[in-house]
Design a protein around this ligand. Sequence first.
Ligand SMILES: Cc1ncc(COP(=O)(O)O)c(C=O)c1O
Length: 394
Amino acid sequence: MLELGEVSIYLDHNATTPVHPAAADAVAETLRSQFGNASSVHAYGQAAKAALDDARGSVAALVGGEPSEIVFTSGGTEADNLAIRGGAEAAPAERRHLIASAIEHEAVLHTLKALAARGWRTTLLPVDSRGVVDPAELERALTPETALVSVMHANNEIGTLQPIAELARVAHAGGVRFHVDAVQSAGKVPLDVRALGVDLLSVSGHKFNGPKGAGALWLRRGARVVATMTGGRQERNRRAGTENVPAIVGLGVAARVAKEQLESTAEGCRALRDRLEAGILDRVPGTVVNGAPDARVPNTTSIGFDGVEAEALLIALDLEGIAVSTGSACSSGTLEPSHVLRAMGFPPRRVQSSIRFSVGLGNTGAEIDHVLGVLPEIVSRLRALAGTGAGARA
Ligand SMILES: Cc1ncc(COP(=O)(O)O)c(C=O)c1O
């Protein structure tokens, strides 16, 4: 059990979220009482299958699709892989070109890289200084050989939302299928696959208060993917392997709660995020918000602290019991400067001084006020140590 000090404030909900009590109860109850294999014909199997069907309905409702269009996966990474590798392989043989945005999560970028090593041509679309893809850039990048376009809905580091419906229209006009990584938007903004007009959409349970190890790919009826996991006939031949029934049940409960409480969750998060963001800009000189302030998920803000090493600030905040991030959980461990902020055209100084705050379930106004209380002093101390002055440029 993690020993936390007196203060313990978790502001890293884009990395992962605490499991909602209703989802945790459902996982525990299913682990205890539902050990059947959902492919078995007998009553045990049928009970497990019914539990999966129930979860399938809840996930479908969250994204605005049909239950039969949901393929359960082990999470967002696998959903992205199935969409891209499976979608690429299902495309006609002459289509050997893939397009994604430059600010995708590694689950997409590294998948494209792996396919490029096997002969696929890939194009990364640039973003503007707000972190937004221009549909005209997609139009220019499309070729008769393009097999698939993949652009994320909300960015994990800055929260910026992309004009997905417009981008999907452009892709379709070129006869190309469109995948959206909605891992960071599910549960934060309304999702409607029909209104977005996409063909494939990825979600991950642990980003909206479900357990880890369960996610889903929504696949428009008729949109074919070649299975990346081969074996049994589970998930209508689209993802082999005995389903992780307890985790999927938890995913289903989290999806149901997320949909039912979407508006109040978004409102609550926005109020906390805006209070934090305004407070930082007001109390800490030399700070600036990264990304489009108008088109963002309501829980995220990325802030540059002029003259401060983000890693040092992250560690100083951690010592105060406050958990934040320098970007995506994967790249923050590697000291790799954020590819997202670099793609937005920011100079290295700003890229290396940016911190992501992401709020969610359990956060309170008192926690935000506590952070605002300690942050100015920590930032001045780090600036003094680095000899960069107290945001003199602000
Ligand atoms: C935008 C985005 N896509 C994909 C993933 C990967 O999801 P998972 O952790 O469920 O594999 C993440 C996780 O950080 C993400 O933020």
